[in-house]
Ligand binder design. Structure first.
Ligand code: SAH
Ligand code: DHB
Ligand code: MG
Length: 221
């Protein structure tokens, strides 16, 4: 079965390319113990985000959708001691677990977890002049993915990298007539990348331990 093969190959890449990482393993164990859904980015994807952030020398990162802070920690490791990650999570129990994980990882001084619905908090983050961000990672409720992209652009500067997760969802995103609000949100998100003259974007399908999914990426001109 294809999925088992994707998983096997992810294991091989992870064995070769990811150092043993008790800190990250502890995050996933704590999330599982707390009953969080296992929908974090995969370890290889987490390192991919980390390397992108390092490659652009990101110092200020905005994340929408924290869950247990797994992707947050990969990004926080990339921004260096002078950097910061602002991450938004509307479920207080998720944010509490994320906070404990981030403290255990020794990264609390560079991560600011904001608790509430992203569409309420983004205007406040703008009012506080926390931007412009160097990198924006959008990974919350997919039905609002396009609205988060518009906020990402608002809080950007020329050169900001914006990444959206879960743009494939086992191929469901192909279906223009889908009744699934998540699919429609992703499709509006892709359409907004295409329509917004300040954005230049692409999308990459992925297979692996998270099945068939993908990232979209855009750079602000
Ligand atoms: N980025 C994480 C996974 C995030 S899962 C990782 O890879 O490790 C999506 C998260 O978005 C969930 O924790 C969910 O509670 C949160 N979320 C859903 N709707 C939201 C909203 N309107 N505002 C803020 N967070 C939201
Ligand atoms: C789901 C959400 C995610 O952000 C993800 O990476 C995988 C799955 C979900 O809601 O099912
Ligand atoms: Mg995701």
């Amino acid at each position: 079965m294809a999925e088992a093969e994707w998983d096997d190959l992810d294991r091989y890449f992870a064995e070769r390319l990811l150092a043993r990482d008790p800190e990250m393993e502890a995050v996933l164990a704590a999330n599982a113990a707390a009953g969080l859904p296992p929908i974090d980015v995969s370890p290889l994807q987490g390192k991919f985000l980390h390397l992108l952030a390092r490659a652009i020398r990101a110092r200020r990162v905005l994340e929408i959708g924290t869950l247990g802070g797994y992707s947050t920690i990969w990004l926080a490791r990339a921004v260096g001691p002078e950097g910061e990650v602002v991450t938004i999570e509307h479920q207080a129990d998720h944010a509490r677990i994320a906070h404990a994980n981030i403290v255990r990882a020794g990264l609390a001084d560079r991560v600011d977890i904001r608790v509430g619905p992203a569409l309420d908090l983004l205007p406040r983050i703008e009012a506080e002049r926390r931007g412009p961000f160097d990198l924006v990672f959008i990974d919350a409720d997919k039905a609002n993915q396009d609205l988060y992209l518009a906020w990402g652009v608002r809080l950007s500067r020329p050169g900001t990298l914006i990444i959206g997760d879960n743009v494939v969802r086992d191929g469901e995103v192909r279906d223009a007539a889908s009744q699934n609000p998540a699919v429609q949100g992703i499709r509006r998100f892709i359409d907004l990348i295409a329509a917004e003259p300040r954005l230049s974007g692409t999308a990459i399908q992925t297979v692996g331990s998270k099945g068939w999914d993908g990232f979209a990426m855009a750079v602000v001109d």
